[in-house]
Design a protein around this ligand. Structure first.
Ligand code: 5GP
Length: 119
């Protein structure tokens, strides 16, 4: 499957859709999830065209991957989540119920999140 340039996060990266920025640099954009599942729910995406966690970690350089996850932890820290705790999620592929085919990390926090998986 090739990268879909019409996916929602590609449109956000091109500023074709509105979004609320939490953090941005030359490699990473973080913004509020439109349908938050926790009091704090932020999405962090690389600006590069990667379809999934699998694609990103297989095809981006180790430096880009390392800087990305370093940003994720800094964003969580800057949101004051480090002490109270939080969860990061990377839904991947069909069984992972990934809806948007541009790699993203969810940062969820602001309350006790309960069981990791339903059921
Ligand atoms: P996934 O299921 O792919 O891991 O998560 C996709 C996430 O993108 C969902 O949590 C969904 O609420 C969020 N989302 C979908 N469309 C938009 C949008 O247009 N703007 C923003 N900010 N988030 C979106």
């Amino acid at each position: 499957m090739t990268y879909d340039h019409q996916n929602i996060f590609a449109k956000i990266l091109r500023s074709e859709l509105p979004y609320s920025t939490i953090f941005e640099d030359n490699e990473v954009l973080a913004f509020l999830d439109i349908a938050p599942q926790a009091p704090i729910h932020v999405l962090v995406i690389p600006k590069g065209e990667y379809k999934s966690f699998d694609d990103f970690t297989a095809n981006a350089s180790i430096e880009v991957v390392g800087r990305f996850f370093s940003r994720v932890s800094k964003i969580a820290r800057d949101l004051d989540l480090a002490e109270s705790g939080y969860r990061i999620i990377a839904n991947t592929g069909d069984d992972g119920c990934q809806e948007v085919p541009h790699f993203h990390i969810h940062i969820c926090g602001g309350k006790k999140l309960g069981r990791m998986l339903p059921g």
